[in-house]
Ligand binder design. Structure first.
Ligand SMILES: *Cc1c(COP(=O)(O)O)cnc(C)c1O
Length: 424
């Protein structure tokens, strides 16, 4: 019989979201009348905006005409869209030839791992979006010998520096309230891949330019490549905060950026994203990384949907940018409402501390001395509201709860009303 890929054996059970679903189910069985509100999953809820959706509808009709029909396009994406992204979002920092259109950020993160193979060391923020770790484990990077950096050589659990990792080859970089959610970079192994997400899911923290400069300097000094996940950049309202890693000097020599239309345009179902691989990013032997990325994208990817790409083009013209702005403003207002509610009443006396929300669609709330899963269960029981336990995103998320601002206004308001009488 064929053998199972040992990487899957090593993969820890996809624990978080199935566990949340099963606790919800159990609650619903015992309380069939309960109308549960979900502030749990980071999935968009508001409809596509008119200008962007009509661009896709029009193009799809055009495809049904002889003159309008087209089949496969360039794997790298529509030239017009690549150049629109370059000019609108990376003026002066990336060229259109360095932009690759894709079916979304998650898919790009998965393919990126093919680029560096199983021997690479990995450093991730803790807590983090689960795809960085699980994708690395699947490719085998988590058990690579060369990646067994000092910090986890002993037990691969808790290290002297406080870095925590459940897998050999993966170093967790704690991001806590104490360090302002920016990690101690001394734990980063040499020649490793650093996953970094800002604005961050789940913490909602946005790295400052000074912090990103530290990250870039560390990567250049240690020979690392940063995978910068900017999926929430459109939620940044503080103009002093960087929306792209390329705003930092030196990033073009050490960073790949990933972004997506999912969260700002509600394209979670439509599917459209992009990656940026600067020509100046090279391997040890001098080969440009972009050559191999182009090879991967032309080999295991066949281009993003041509309809979705017309939506992306519309999203970046004047009207589209306004529509995305009002959509992100809507979710940010939800975040503000949740934050205000958690700053009032009983939460104060529980010593709850609130982070995130201002430039990200997540509120990250710490319940000092409590376990995340306990708080999750109590909020579900008392408020019939679903959240996400912070510990599910990594060990440093313990005692935190993530509240997602993706929801209709009436659901958010109702959740806030219910939360106002919460007590622990
Ligand atoms: C939602 C999300 C993505 C996924 O984006 P898609 O383009 O829909 O695949 C990537 N990164 C983070 C941090 C996210 O929260």
């Amino acid at each position: 019989m064929i053998k199972r890929n040992p990487a899957f054996q090593a993969l820890k059970a996809g624990y978080l979201f199935p566990e949340i679903a099963s606790r919800r189910k159990a609650f619903e069985v015992s309380h069939p009348e309960a109308k549960i509100i979900s502030l749990g999953i980071g999935n968009t809820t508001e409809p596509l905006t008119p200008h962007i959706s009509s661009a896709m509808a029009d193009y799809s009709r055009f495809l049904s005409t002889r003159e309008g029909y087209s089949g496969y396009g360039d794997e790298q994406g529509l030239k017009a869209l690549r150049s629109k992204i370059a000019e609108t979002l990376y003026a002066g920092t990336a060229d259109e030839s360095e932009i690759f259109i894709s079916d979304g950020a998650k898919c790009d993160i998965g393919r990126i791992q093919l680029l560096f193979g199983a021997d690479v060391g990995v450093a991730v923020q803790d807590p983090a979006y689960p795809v960085y770790v699980d994708g690395s484990v699947i490719i085998g990077a988590a058990s690579s010998v060369s990646a067994k950096a000092e910090p986890c050589a002993k037990s691969c659990s808790e290290t002297s520096t406080g870095a925590h990792t459940g897998y050999a080859g993966i170093v967790y970089m704690p991001c806590t309230a104490e360090n302002g959610f920016f990690p101690d970079l001394s734990v980063v192994p040499e020649n490793s891949l650093i996953y970094f997400c800002s604005p961050n899911n789940p913490t909602g923290a946005v790295a400052t330019k000074e912090q990103l400069k530290k990250l870039v300097d560390c990567a250049l000094q240690k020979g690392c490549v940063i995978i910068f996940d900017a999926a929430y950049s459109a939620f940044i309202r503080d103009d002093s905060l960087p929306k792209s890693i390329y705003e930092v000097e030196g990033a073009r020599r050490c960073a790949i950026e990933i972004n997506s239309f999912s969260k700002p345009a509600g394209f979670t179902g439509v599917r459209l994203g992009w990656s940026v691989v600067p020509k100046t990013l090279v391997y040890e032997d001098g080969t440009p990384v972009i050559n191999d990325w182009n090879r991967i994208m032309t080999t295991v990817f066949n281009g993003a949907s041509n309809i979705a790409q017309r939506g992306g083009l519309a999203a970046l013209d004047e009207t589209g940018l306004k529509e995305m702005r009002s959509l992100t403003d809507f979710y940010l207002e939800n975040a503000r409402l949740i934050k205000a509610c958690l700053q009032g009443g009983n939460f104060n006396s529980m010593g709850v501390r609130i982070y995130g929300a201002d430039n990200a669609p997540y509120v990250w709330a710490q319940f000092p001395g409590k376990k995340s899963w306990h708080v999750f269960d109590e909020i579900l029981k008392q408020c019939r509201t679903l959240t996400t336990p912070g510990s599910g995103f990594g060990p440093s998320g313990e005692s935190f709860i993530r509240f997602s601002a993706f929801g209709s206004r009436s659901n958010i308001q109702e959740a806030c009303t219910r939360l106002s009488s919460f007590a622990l």
